[in-house]
Write a new protein. Structure first.
Length: 278
């Protein structure tokens, strides 16, 4: 067993309890894979959790998904958006409260990354841009876990960032010997997230290393950097990471009008943030 794996196991033992997703989410993940399930069945399941149901409706009616104020029932949302997107909406609704409560700056950065990834995915004609957006929303979830479960370590990471002027990720590797992407991978497995989400979470810093969904990993990687360059939220340090040339070329970013793309991202983000605050 490698030293890295051994250290991760020690880290796992130090964390007393993992944040859990509502039971309804786990049921939903299984249910939507069945060819016999109907939107009504899924809507009924989500509605059993009143708080989650309300948050899902608020999300699907936000500008984020393009149906502002038009969707009155969860079943209607599922018919319009499809099962894959509704899974992402439910996951998003489940982690929003945790992120908003613990790390407002990171929440804003994550929301910005999600908007950028969705906009980029549509501009490039990628399949399931909404799901890519959800992966971007969750890409830094490992940071939340460290903040909530290992507050002393998190404080040490912040100290290293400030005093040594290094990136948050470099500080994590110094303090924990693992980074938030690996912790995000572990949490993704604990939550039984589909690979379409867990792989971009795991490889958003090194998209070329992913064995599958490389284009999605590249989209999340580029979106993360673009949002940092715009100064949206706080990813834990003030630096803008270097964009992987491989990711840039894989996505075909040369055929994108970057100025127009950034303008659209900022406009969409403004609308989403205004809606969220209302």
């Amino acid at each position: 067993m490698s030293t890295k794996v051994q250290h991760l196991k020690v880290l796992v033992r130090r964390i007393q309890s993992l944040p859990t997703l509502p039971q309804v989410v786990h049921k939903l993940m299984t249910m939507v894979e069945s060819p016999d399930v109907s939107p009504k069945d899924v809507g009924k399941l989500i509605s059993t959790d009143q708080v989650l149901g309300a948050r899902v409706l608020r999300l699907v009616n936000s500008p984020f998904y393009g149906f502002p104020g038009r969707i009155s029932s969860i079943s209607h949302a599922i018919i319009l958006l499809g099962f894959n997107v509704i899974k992402g909406v439910v996951l998003s609704a489940s982690v929003f409260e945790l992120m908003e409560r613990t790390m407002v700056g990171l929440w804003e950065h994550s929301l910005g990354s999600a908007v950028a990834a969705g906009t980029l995915g549509k501009a490039l004609g990628m399949s399931d841009p909404e799901e890519i957006s959800t992966a971007a929303l969750l890409h830094d979830i490992g940071k939340v876990l460290v903040k909530v479960s290992l507050p002393d370590d998190y404080a040490e990471i912040e100290r290293l960032v400030t005093e040594e002027r290094i990136s948050f990720r470099e500080a994590e590797l110094k303090a924990l010997k693992v980074d938030h992407a690996q912790i995000g991978q572990w949490l993704s497995r604990e939550w039984n997230l589909p690979e379409r989400l867990s792989i971009p979470i795991t490889w958003h810093h090194e998209p070329e290393e992913a064995v599958k969904f490389k284009d999605r990993c590249a989209a999340v990687h580029v979106s993360d950097a673009l949002v940092r360059a715009c100064g949206v939220g706080n990813g834990g340090d003030p630096w803008v990471p270097k964009i992987s040339q491989w990711a840039w070329e894989t996505l075909g970013m040369d055929r994108v009008d970057l100025k127009d793309l950034m303008k659209r991202i900022m406009e969409e983000l403004e609308v989403v943030e205004m809606y969220h605050q209302s």
